[in-house]
Ligand binder design. Sequence first.
Ligand SMILES: Cc1cc2nc3c(=O)[nH]c(=O)nc-3n(C[C@H](O)[C@H](O)[C@H](O)COP(=O)(O)OP(=O)(O)OC[C@H]3O[C@@H](n4cnc5c(N)ncnc54)[C@H](O)[C@@H]3O)c2cc1C
Length: 441
Amino acid sequence: MVSYKHVVYWHDTEQVVPGDPLRGRVDCDVCIVGGGFTGLWAAYFLKEAEPALDIRIVEAKHSGYGASGRADGFVTPTVGKDIQALVDEFGLDRALDASRAVGRSILEIGRFTRRHRVDADYEANDYLMVATSPAQVKRLEHDRELAERMGAAQAEVLSQDATRELVGSPALLAGMRTGGALVNPFKLARGIARTVRDMGVTIHDDSPCLRVEPGIRPRVITTGGEVTADKVVLATNAHMDAFPPFRRKIAPIWTYAMISEPLTDGQLARVPWAGREGLVEAKSLLTCARLTRDNRVMFAGGPAPYYFGRDKRQRNMNRPEVYRKLYAEFLRFFPMWADVEFSYAYGGVADVVRDFAPHFGTLAGGSVLYGYGYCGNGIAATHTGGKVLRDLALGKDSDYSRLLFVDGEHRRPPRSFPPEPALYLGARAATRLMDWKDARS
Ligand SMILES: Cc1cc2nc3c(=O)[nH]c(=O)nc-3n(C[C@H](O)[C@H](O)[C@H](O)COP(=O)(O)OP(=O)(O)OC[C@H]3O[C@@H](n4cnc5c(N)ncnc54)[C@H](O)[C@@H]3O)c2cc1C
């Protein structure tokens, strides 16, 4: 299995022709910093609402380079860490509003791909939360009760046999089907970028923003130029710490994935998986598995390390100890695939906040907006977030601007994480605790 390269598999599925970097001084209505899903959806919904707006995106590398283009591709209604954390923090009604909005986003992303002919391998397969221990079965039961209280009448915990009929893994003791889809996240990001370009948005690739100078009309300074705009939207996810108000608001937590060679017909036949559902294990440091369009198996999740000093460097993709653990977990789920070769092993950074749910809001009297804090569950939530940012930018009071995500009257910005070395020690202790709890479950 050990012949992998540390390259994001999805990046090999579509070639990138980068846009021109920003040069010189320009003026526009809205300047978005960051070309991931948050920035791209914000541009899309703003342009749809107000076609005359002059919108520019400045992106450090190219659209989809960050978390968006390296996500595992599970489009789920999860908001932040998990639904229980959301209910605990915000109460049932507000959690319900947020999770319904994000649930709608799953369907709307599918509609977007069809309407704009974006070939993002969107498969509306649902996803299957599974249990591999009695304690996890209890957790599924608990999640089912919660789902029922939140109005999901069809929630049902499936027996061991019924679960293994869906996915033929001997590790599975129970499962629960939940609405969701799978995508190729990089193709989705590239597709949204093409669509917004066609709508008239300018995307400047290779244009890292060095700083934002606030003011009535804030200025975005990049390595090659500067943009003055009525509104600036900060959408840099795990890199929000580059901007002073957000310096200690997020902990960049790494998460990893392995992708195999395309499975042969013989290998595919060994594991019944006709519905191709995304599979997620019901535990804190979750592991998940899925098939890609060309029938590779992805196995992802597991250890979620934080590296000292907020280390987000790409060299952290080379972590053999992480892949050893992930591969051992893969064999626990799929011992019949011991001959499967893994050719990609890579990781990316998720933006964890202390209250485990995304934050959107405004600064500097409304001229600077932000959206971040998805805690590793952002494919659908960024789509909802794009509408939140649209309404905040246009000053519209709406169902979206009133969601629990928005900092203001009903919600405070997240508490700051402590400086180093306390952050490093705290993050390690938290991961160990989750690991210990998962091992006992
Ligand atoms: C490995 C991994 C797996 C994941 N799997 C899933 C999943 O299966 N399902 C799910 O729902 N969520 C998943 N997530 C989370 C999800 O990918 C993110 O929540 C979501 O993509 C966040 O989008 P974003 O636009 O806010 O951030 P990003 O996609 O990170 O976009 C931020 C962009 O800003 C750019 N940037 C950074 N600094 C600057 C700067 N100074 N100037 C200009 N540009 C800058 C970056 O290059 C990047 O393109 C996963 C995350 C990771 C890391």
